[in-house]
Design a protein around this ligand. Structure first.
Ligand code: 3PG
Ligand code: MG
Length: 394
């Protein structure tokens, strides 16, 4: 991808505007429960500070109503955490669109939740032009929001004097691009999660590229249904059975495979205290709900992962949050950790599984993107990256 990189520029003494993705999960009291995205954004911020730039950082937090800033939407907790991690104070600036605030070289300010500005979501041109005037250099480091064309991710890039990709954005593009465009084979994808419908596009696009497509969770149930297997009372989407069958046929026609569970862990209720049984897939009763793959299946999937050249992971294969249904995802996580393959992982549930099974160090690259991770792997052009390419070509 041909974009200008932050590290190619001399930013000393410049006013730098960094759009980061600091959209972190919070508890009901507003405390940050997981700060990976803040940590991942530090490299570009530090780089600019070290070079003596005057640094402005902004991000969205949640999906607030534009034109208001309620306390729950405020980036105040993010400013505090960012300050701790940087080891210097981070001033929070509200009502920043029209300027009127100052930032000194070597100083960093956080500009309040950009989605509280009217026109942000619709990529309003007037708003984008105003924001473009605040800086000498615009840096997009928000890979997690690169699939959105909003004023801070797209419009501003057209008006700022210079527009470039930050260090995290660059790393994401490089790592995901490597898995997508020149993967060491076999290329194995693991797509888990509850619904085929939310992942249909990625499933179809991966079916065209990968050597093995491991499906998990509710998605696997729909595939089992398509394969004529009993699924009892499990979550599945009967209306997508034809789509699932088409994906399996597509894979088969290429000599590739969608390995389906041969044994499963079931319960009659979805709860942390549910009584679990491990059974062969053909022994499923009408009241049974599949909540994990069984050990035989997990071992087979681990074997596939062990022989992979490249692994793409999005979504768990079972309800790993409950101990009795965590075995499949745990085995798979261990296999990914042990595999010499280049592995990339993305998505909130996947990151939670990686944290739970403590394999972060052994995963090749952990993406900060959820929706953006999937859309990039689908081969879609992400608008925030496209506009940086346009600027590099201008
Ligand atoms: C995310 O959390 O996936 C990104 O920050 C994008 O957020 P959004 O889905 O609200 O645009
Ligand atoms: Mg979100």
């Amino acid at each position: 991808m041909n974009v200008i990189k932050l590290t190619d520029l001399d930013v000393s003494g410049k006013r730098v505007f960094i759009r980061a993705d600091l959209n972190v999960p919070q508890d009901d009291a507003g405390n940050i429960t997981e700060d990976t995205r803040i940590r991942a954004s530090l490299a570009s911020i530090r780089h600019c500070l070290d070079k003596g730039a005057a640094v402005m950082v902004t991000s969205h937090l949640g999906r607030p109503t534009e034109g208001e800033l309620s306390p729950a939407d405020s980036l105040a907790p993010v400013a505090a955490r960012l300050g701790e991690l940087l080891g210097q104070p981070v001033r929070l600036v509200a009502d920043w669109v029209d300027g009127g605030f100052s930032v000194k070289p070597g100083e960093v300010v956080l500009l309040e939740n950009c989605r509280c500005n009217k026109g942000e979501k619709k990529n309003n041109d007037e708003l984008a032009q105003k924001m473009g005037k605040l800086c000498d250099v615009y840096v997009n480091d928000a890979f997690g929001t690169a699939h959105r064309a909003e004023a801070t991710t797209h419009g501003i890039a057209r008006y700022a004097p210079v527009a470039c990709a930050g260090m995290l954005m660059g790393a994401e593009i490089d790592a995901l691009g490597k898995a997508l465009h020149s993967p060491a084979r076999p290329l194995v994808a693991i797509v888990g999660g509850s619904k085929v419908s939310s992942k249909l596009t990625i499933l179809k696009s991966l079916a065209d590229k990968v050597d093995q497509l491991i499906v998990g969770g509710g998605i696997a149930n729909t595939f089992l249904l398509a394969a004529g297997k009993p699924i009892g009372n499990s979550l599945a989407e009967a209306d997508l059975v034809d789509e699932a069958r088409a994906i399996m046929d597509m894979m088969k026609a290429r000599g590739a495979e969608v390995p389906l569970p041969t044994d499963v862990v079931v319960a009659e209720e979805f709860s942390p205290t549910a009584a679990a049984r491990t059974i062969g897939i053909d022994a499923l009763g009408a009241a049974d709900r599949i909540l994990d793959v069984g050990p035989e299946t997990a071992a087979r999937l681990a074997g596939i992962v062990a022989k992979a050249g490249t692994i793409v992971w999005n979504g768990p294969v079972g309800v790993f949050e409950f101990a009795q249904f965590a075995g499949g995802t745990k085995t798979l996580a261990a296999a990914i950790a042990a595999s010499p393959a280049f592995s990339i992982a993305g998505g909130g549930d996947t990151l939670a599984a990686i944290a739970k099974f403590e394999i972060a160090e052994q995963v090749g690259y952990i993406s900060t993107g959820g929706g953006a991770f999937l859309e990039f792997l689908e081969g879609k052009t992400l608008p925030a990256i496209a506009v940086l390419e346009e600027r590099a070509a201008r």
